[in-house]
Design a protein around this ligand. Structure first.
Ligand code: ZN
Length: 62
């Protein structure tokens, strides 16, 4: 289940994979799907603006 990011002001986000718990840092406005580097699950999808994410966001970076 993908959900929107609320209140994000930074450029990069760290997403925790819902399947394996591994964390991946990605651009918050990525233009292609983002996959977990460990298990290849899709953890973020582009929407034309900010990505929607399937995992928990555990960090934000400039
Ligand atoms: Zn994973």
């Amino acid at each position: 289940m993908f959900k929107e990011i609320k209140g994000l002001e930074k450029s990069f986000i760290k997403i925790k994979c819902p399947d394996c718990g591994s964390e991946t840092v990605t651009f918050a406005r990525a233009s292609s799907e983002v996959k977990c580097q460990v298990c290849n699950t899709t953890i973020a999808k582009p929407t034309g603006g900010k990505v929607v994410v399937s995992g928990e966001i555990t960090g934000e970076y400039k």
